[in-house]
Design a protein around this ligand. Structure first.
Ligand code: ZN
Length: 309
Protein backbone atom coordinates (compact mmCIF):
# COMPACT_ATOMS: atom_id res chain seq x y z
CA UNK A 1 0.00 0.00 0.00
CA UNK A 2 2.82 2.35 0.98
CA UNK A 3 4.64 1.44 -2.21
CA UNK A 4 1.57 2.28 -4.30
CA UNK A 5 1.23 5.56 -2.50
CA UNK A 6 4.84 6.46 -3.28
CA UNK A 7 4.43 5.42 -6.90
CA UNK A 8 1.36 7.62 -7.19
CA UNK A 9 3.11 10.62 -5.62
CA UNK A 10 5.96 10.08 -8.05
CA UNK A 11 3.51 10.01 -10.97
CA UNK A 12 2.04 13.33 -9.79
CA UNK A 13 5.48 14.90 -9.42
CA UNK A 14 6.56 13.63 -12.85
CA UNK A 15 3.49 14.94 -14.66
CA UNK A 16 3.72 18.26 -12.83
CA UNK A 17 7.39 18.62 -13.82
CA UNK A 18 6.50 17.89 -17.47
CA UNK A 19 3.72 20.49 -17.45
CA UNK A 20 6.01 23.12 -15.93
CA UNK A 21 8.83 22.25 -18.32
CA UNK A 22 6.43 22.70 -21.26
CA UNK A 23 5.29 26.08 -19.92
CA UNK A 24 1.71 24.85 -19.52
CA UNK A 25 1.76 25.47 -15.76
CA UNK A 26 3.84 28.13 -14.01
CA UNK A 27 4.94 27.25 -10.47
CA UNK A 28 4.31 29.65 -7.57
CA UNK A 29 6.22 27.94 -4.77
CA UNK A 30 2.97 26.67 -3.22
CA UNK A 31 1.58 23.22 -4.05
CA UNK A 32 -1.69 23.53 -5.94
CA UNK A 33 -1.20 27.18 -6.97
CA UNK A 34 -0.07 27.74 -10.58
CA UNK A 35 -0.07 30.25 -13.34
CA UNK A 36 -1.38 28.99 -16.68
CA UNK A 37 0.55 29.29 -19.93
CA UNK A 38 -1.02 30.55 -23.17
CA UNK A 39 -1.42 27.12 -24.71
CA UNK A 40 -3.11 25.77 -21.58
CA UNK A 41 -5.57 28.68 -21.66
CA UNK A 42 -6.17 28.21 -25.36
CA UNK A 43 -7.27 24.60 -24.78
CA UNK A 44 -9.58 25.70 -21.96
CA UNK A 45 -11.17 28.34 -24.18
CA UNK A 46 -11.72 25.84 -26.99
CA UNK A 47 -13.27 23.37 -24.57
CA UNK A 48 -15.52 26.06 -23.14
CA UNK A 49 -16.71 26.88 -26.64
CA UNK A 50 -18.08 23.31 -26.82
CA UNK A 51 -19.85 23.78 -23.50
CA UNK A 52 -21.35 27.07 -24.67
CA UNK A 53 -22.49 25.43 -27.89
CA UNK A 54 -24.12 22.52 -26.05
CA UNK A 55 -25.99 24.96 -23.79
CA UNK A 56 -27.05 27.44 -26.48
CA UNK A 57 -30.35 25.73 -27.46
CA UNK A 58 -31.58 26.21 -23.87
CA UNK A 59 -30.85 29.95 -23.85
CA UNK A 60 -29.15 30.15 -20.42
CA UNK A 61 -28.82 33.48 -18.61
CA UNK A 62 -25.13 34.28 -18.42
CA UNK A 63 -23.91 35.58 -15.05
CA UNK A 64 -20.36 36.06 -13.81
CA UNK A 65 -19.51 36.52 -10.14
CA UNK A 66 -16.13 37.34 -8.57
CA UNK A 67 -14.28 34.57 -6.70
CA UNK A 68 -15.34 36.01 -3.34
CA UNK A 69 -18.71 35.75 -1.65
CA UNK A 70 -20.23 37.51 1.36
CA UNK A 71 -19.69 35.83 4.70
CA UNK A 72 -23.47 35.87 5.16
CA UNK A 73 -24.03 33.92 1.96
CA UNK A 74 -21.23 31.54 2.87
CA UNK A 75 -22.84 30.72 6.22
CA UNK A 76 -26.18 29.93 4.58
CA UNK A 77 -24.64 27.16 2.46
CA UNK A 78 -23.66 24.77 5.34
CA UNK A 79 -20.10 24.68 3.98
CA UNK A 80 -18.77 25.52 7.46
CA UNK A 81 -20.41 22.34 8.80
CA UNK A 82 -19.62 20.12 5.84
CA UNK A 83 -16.19 21.13 4.52
CA UNK A 84 -14.51 23.47 7.03
CA UNK A 85 -11.08 22.11 6.14
CA UNK A 86 -11.41 23.37 2.56
CA UNK A 87 -12.61 26.92 3.27
CA UNK A 88 -10.78 30.13 2.52
CA UNK A 89 -11.40 33.37 4.39
CA UNK A 90 -10.27 36.84 3.33
CA UNK A 91 -8.54 38.88 6.01
CA UNK A 92 -7.12 42.38 5.92
CA UNK A 93 -5.43 44.90 8.19
CA UNK A 94 -7.77 47.24 10.06
CA UNK A 95 -5.42 48.55 12.80
CA UNK A 96 -3.75 51.89 13.49
CA UNK A 97 -0.26 53.08 12.50
CA UNK A 98 1.40 51.78 15.64
CA UNK A 99 -0.06 48.33 15.08
CA UNK A 100 0.94 48.49 11.44
CA UNK A 101 4.58 49.22 12.35
CA UNK A 102 4.59 46.20 14.68
CA UNK A 103 3.09 44.01 11.98
CA UNK A 104 5.67 45.12 9.40
CA UNK A 105 8.51 44.54 11.86
CA UNK A 106 7.32 41.00 12.52
CA UNK A 107 6.84 40.34 8.81
CA UNK A 108 10.34 41.61 7.97
CA UNK A 109 11.82 39.55 10.79
CA UNK A 110 10.27 36.50 9.18
CA UNK A 111 7.87 35.98 12.08
CA UNK A 112 4.76 34.17 10.94
CA UNK A 113 2.72 35.82 13.71
CA UNK A 114 2.42 39.05 11.70
CA UNK A 115 -0.83 37.55 10.38
CA UNK A 116 -2.29 37.83 13.89
CA UNK A 117 -2.65 41.57 13.17
CA UNK A 118 -5.21 40.77 10.48
CA UNK A 119 -8.95 40.61 10.92
CA UNK A 120 -11.69 38.96 8.97
CA UNK A 121 -13.33 41.00 6.19
CA UNK A 122 -16.91 40.61 4.97
CA UNK A 123 -15.90 38.05 2.36
CA UNK A 124 -14.90 34.43 1.92
CA UNK A 125 -13.33 32.74 -1.11
CA UNK A 126 -15.96 31.01 -3.24
CA UNK A 127 -15.94 27.23 -2.64
CA UNK A 128 -18.24 26.36 -5.60
CA UNK A 129 -19.13 28.43 -8.66
CA UNK A 130 -22.88 28.24 -8.03
CA UNK A 131 -22.88 29.58 -4.43
CA UNK A 132 -22.97 33.30 -5.36
CA UNK A 133 -26.02 32.70 -7.56
CA UNK A 134 -28.46 31.56 -4.87
CA UNK A 135 -28.77 34.82 -2.88
CA UNK A 136 -29.25 36.60 -6.21
CA UNK A 137 -32.11 34.22 -7.04
CA UNK A 138 -34.19 34.74 -3.89
CA UNK A 139 -37.87 35.08 -4.77
CA UNK A 140 -40.48 33.29 -6.84
CA UNK A 141 -39.49 31.56 -10.07
CA UNK A 142 -41.64 31.51 -13.21
CA UNK A 143 -43.20 28.21 -14.33
CA UNK A 144 -40.22 27.65 -16.63
CA UNK A 145 -37.74 28.11 -13.77
CA UNK A 146 -34.27 29.40 -14.57
CA UNK A 147 -31.12 28.13 -16.24
CA UNK A 148 -27.93 30.04 -15.46
CA UNK A 149 -24.47 29.81 -17.02
CA UNK A 150 -21.73 30.54 -14.48
CA UNK A 151 -17.97 30.55 -14.31
CA UNK A 152 -15.55 31.59 -11.61
CA UNK A 153 -12.36 30.64 -9.80
CA UNK A 154 -13.08 28.55 -6.72
CA UNK A 155 -10.84 27.91 -3.72
CA UNK A 156 -10.19 24.62 -1.92
CA UNK A 157 -7.59 24.45 0.78
CA UNK A 158 -6.04 21.12 -0.12
CA UNK A 159 -2.39 21.63 -1.09
CA UNK A 160 -1.18 18.64 -3.10
CA UNK A 161 1.59 17.69 -5.51
CA UNK A 162 -1.11 16.28 -7.81
CA UNK A 163 -1.31 18.90 -10.58
CA UNK A 164 -5.02 18.09 -10.93
CA UNK A 165 -5.67 19.01 -7.28
CA UNK A 166 -5.34 22.77 -7.40
CA UNK A 167 -6.19 25.16 -4.60
CA UNK A 168 -7.60 27.69 -7.05
CA UNK A 169 -9.26 26.62 -10.30
CA UNK A 170 -12.19 27.42 -12.57
CA UNK A 171 -15.58 25.77 -12.68
CA UNK A 172 -17.93 26.36 -15.58
CA UNK A 173 -21.48 25.54 -14.52
CA UNK A 174 -25.02 25.33 -15.75
CA UNK A 175 -27.41 25.64 -12.82
CA UNK A 176 -31.11 24.83 -12.99
CA UNK A 177 -33.61 26.29 -10.53
CA UNK A 178 -37.16 25.03 -10.68
CA UNK A 179 -39.40 22.21 -9.51
CA UNK A 180 -38.02 18.76 -8.63
CA UNK A 181 -38.69 17.41 -12.13
CA UNK A 182 -36.90 20.31 -13.83
CA UNK A 183 -33.87 20.02 -11.55
CA UNK A 184 -33.61 16.26 -11.89
CA UNK A 185 -33.93 16.26 -15.70
CA UNK A 186 -31.25 18.96 -15.88
CA UNK A 187 -28.90 16.80 -13.87
CA UNK A 188 -29.61 13.66 -15.89
CA UNK A 189 -29.60 15.27 -19.33
CA UNK A 190 -26.39 17.20 -18.71
CA UNK A 191 -24.66 14.15 -17.35
CA UNK A 192 -25.30 12.46 -20.68
CA UNK A 193 -24.41 15.55 -22.73
CA UNK A 194 -21.16 16.08 -20.81
CA UNK A 195 -20.17 12.44 -21.20
CA UNK A 196 -20.61 12.80 -24.97
CA UNK A 197 -18.51 15.99 -25.07
CA UNK A 198 -15.70 14.30 -23.14
CA UNK A 199 -15.83 11.18 -25.31
CA UNK A 200 -15.75 13.28 -28.49
CA UNK A 201 -12.39 14.56 -27.23
CA UNK A 202 -10.97 11.06 -26.92
CA UNK A 203 -11.23 10.93 -23.14
CA UNK A 204 -12.00 7.45 -21.83
CA UNK A 205 -14.43 8.67 -19.18
CA UNK A 206 -16.69 6.82 -16.78
CA UNK A 207 -19.73 8.09 -14.95
CA UNK A 208 -19.74 7.16 -11.26
CA UNK A 209 -21.98 7.88 -8.27
CA UNK A 210 -19.96 10.03 -5.88
CA UNK A 211 -20.01 11.94 -2.61
CA UNK A 212 -18.58 15.21 -1.42
CA UNK A 213 -15.64 15.16 1.01
CA UNK A 214 -17.83 15.84 4.06
CA UNK A 215 -15.83 16.52 7.21
CA UNK A 216 -15.47 14.40 10.33
CA UNK A 217 -17.59 11.67 11.87
CA UNK A 218 -20.94 13.28 11.03
CA UNK A 219 -19.60 13.63 7.48
CA UNK A 220 -19.47 9.84 7.12
CA UNK A 221 -23.24 9.67 7.35
CA UNK A 222 -23.64 12.54 4.90
CA UNK A 223 -21.40 10.74 2.42
CA UNK A 224 -23.42 7.53 2.73
CA UNK A 225 -26.73 9.30 2.35
CA UNK A 226 -25.53 11.33 -0.65
CA UNK A 227 -24.43 8.11 -2.34
CA UNK A 228 -27.60 6.27 -1.42
CA UNK A 229 -29.85 9.04 -2.74
CA UNK A 230 -27.69 9.27 -5.90
CA UNK A 231 -27.45 13.05 -5.57
CA UNK A 232 -23.95 13.37 -7.01
CA UNK A 233 -22.38 11.89 -10.12
CA UNK A 234 -18.89 12.45 -11.36
CA UNK A 235 -17.33 11.97 -14.75
CA UNK A 236 -13.91 10.50 -14.09
CA UNK A 237 -10.89 9.77 -16.27
CA UNK A 238 -7.41 8.46 -15.48
CA UNK A 239 -4.87 11.31 -15.36
CA UNK A 240 -1.96 10.09 -13.24
CA UNK A 241 -3.48 6.77 -12.20
CA UNK A 242 -5.75 4.13 -13.74
CA UNK A 243 -6.85 2.92 -10.30
CA UNK A 244 -7.58 6.38 -8.94
CA UNK A 245 -9.18 8.24 -11.83
CA UNK A 246 -9.79 11.97 -11.45
CA UNK A 247 -13.21 13.64 -11.43
CA UNK A 248 -13.21 16.24 -14.21
CA UNK A 249 -16.93 17.08 -14.23
CA UNK A 250 -19.62 16.69 -11.61
CA UNK A 251 -23.38 16.78 -11.63
CA UNK A 252 -25.24 17.54 -8.44
CA UNK A 253 -28.89 17.47 -7.45
CA UNK A 254 -29.24 19.58 -4.28
CA UNK A 255 -32.94 18.79 -3.66
CA UNK A 256 -34.49 21.87 -1.94
CA UNK A 257 -31.34 22.65 0.09
CA UNK A 258 -30.56 26.00 -1.58
CA UNK A 259 -34.23 26.77 -2.22
CA UNK A 260 -34.88 26.65 1.53
CA UNK A 261 -31.64 28.37 2.57
CA UNK A 262 -32.10 31.29 0.16
CA UNK A 263 -35.88 31.46 0.01
CA UNK A 264 -36.19 30.57 -3.66
CA UNK A 265 -39.64 29.21 -4.52
CA UNK A 266 -41.31 27.65 -7.53
CA UNK A 267 -44.21 29.33 -9.35
CA UNK A 268 -46.49 27.31 -7.03
CA UNK A 269 -44.75 28.66 -3.93
CA UNK A 270 -42.94 25.43 -3.03
CA UNK A 271 -39.22 25.54 -2.10
CA UNK A 272 -37.29 25.43 -5.38
CA UNK A 273 -35.10 22.45 -6.21
CA UNK A 274 -31.73 23.05 -7.81
CA UNK A 275 -29.18 21.04 -9.75
CA UNK A 276 -25.90 21.95 -11.37
CA UNK A 277 -23.32 20.54 -13.71
CA UNK A 278 -19.80 21.80 -13.12
CA UNK A 279 -16.95 21.35 -15.59
CA UNK A 280 -13.54 21.43 -13.88
CA UNK A 281 -11.77 23.38 -16.61
CA UNK A 282 -8.17 22.89 -15.48
CA UNK A 283 -8.70 19.19 -14.86
CA UNK A 284 -10.22 18.73 -18.31
CA UNK A 285 -7.20 20.44 -19.91
CA UNK A 286 -4.86 18.29 -17.79
CA UNK A 287 -6.72 15.13 -18.87
CA UNK A 288 -6.42 16.14 -22.54
CA UNK A 289 -2.69 16.85 -22.25
CA UNK A 290 -2.14 13.58 -20.38
CA UNK A 291 -4.18 11.50 -22.82
CA UNK A 292 -2.98 13.01 -26.11
CA UNK A 293 0.42 14.50 -25.26
CA UNK A 294 1.68 17.98 -24.53
CA UNK A 295 1.61 19.15 -28.16
CA UNK A 296 -1.99 19.74 -29.33
CA UNK A 297 -0.86 19.87 -32.97
CA UNK A 298 -0.06 16.15 -32.64
CA UNK A 299 -3.45 15.24 -31.12
CA UNK A 300 -5.76 12.85 -33.03
CA UNK A 301 -7.48 14.48 -36.04
CA UNK A 302 -10.96 13.92 -34.58
CA UNK A 303 -10.03 15.72 -31.36
CA UNK A 304 -8.39 18.58 -33.26
CA UNK A 305 -11.52 18.91 -35.36
CA UNK A 306 -13.80 19.11 -32.28
CA UNK A 307 -11.58 21.77 -30.72
CA UNK A 308 -11.01 23.57 -34.06
CA UNK A 309 -7.27 23.26 -33.56
ZN1 ZN B 1 -22.74 23.96 -8.44
Amino acid sequence: MCENHDALSQAYLNYRAELIEAGLLIPSGVDGVYGRGGLFEDIIQRFEALVTQAGAPFKPEVMRFPPIVSRQTYLKTDHIENMPDLMGSVHSFCGNEREQRKMVEKAHAGEGEWVEALSATDVMLVPAACYPLYPAATGRLSKEGRLVDLKTFVFRHEPSVDPARMQSFRQREYVRLGNPQQALSHRNEWLERAEKIHRSLGLDVQVVAANDPFFGRAGKMMKASQLEQELKFEIVVPICSEEKPTAITSCNYHLDHFGLAFDITTAEGEPAHTACIGFGLERIALALFKTHGLNPQAWPASVKKELEL
